[in-house]
Ligand binder design. Structure first.
Ligand SMILES: CC(C)(COP(=O)(O)OP(=O)(O)OC[C@H]1O[C@@H](n2cnc3c(N)ncnc32)[C@H](O)[C@@H]1OP(=O)(O)O)[C@@H](O)C(=O)NCCC(=O)NCCS
Length: 109
């Protein structure tokens, strides 16, 4: 991820500890052009439900828009209901499935 796009990382610190992070590739090549691709989003269990993932997604969206991207994509496990709910709330729609992985996309402009 770091090699792909070293600018697409945000971490949340609590004191000197990292408690959440997101990694997005701001220039991911798909057959229809470049999009933003969220590769990882993780919040430590004891810090979940406080809006950290929502805030990190907003950072990723702004970053992708600043690069001229119109779409953001991600893959999420079909059984990962908390994440699917979060992404639906953030405006993602389901666009496909590959095995146990659901493809979701969001228009950002
Ligand atoms: C999925 C995940 C990233 C969500 O992180 P989170 O920080 O808990 O998410 P948020 O707090 O932004 O939103 C989750 C819920 O908290 C609620 N919330 C938002 N702000 C809040 C606040 N200030 N206080 C309490 N709850 C809040 C949201 O409304 C949402 O509620 P909902 O479940 O009813 O929709 C987290 O569960 C996680 O790290 N899971 C393991 C890794 C993972 O699966 N990552 C995704 C891979 S695709």
């Amino acid at each position: 991820m770091w090699k792909g796009d070293p600018n697409g990382f945000w971490v949340v610190f609590w004191a000197d500890q990292i408690v959440a992070f997101i990694g997005v590739h701001g220039s991911w090549l798909e057959k229809n052009g470049r999009i933003g691709e969220i590769h990882e989003l993780v919040v430590c269990p004891e810090y979940q439900g406080k809006g950290l993932a929502t805030a990190l997604l907003e950072k990723a969206f702004s970053y992708c828009v600043s690069l001229g991207r119109r779409k953001i994509g991600l893959w999420v496990g079909e059984k990962n209901q908390p994440a699917i709910r979060l992404y639906l709330k953030a405006g993602f729609v389901r666009t496909g499935q590959w095995g146990k992985w659901i493809r979701m996309k969001k228009e950002v402009i």
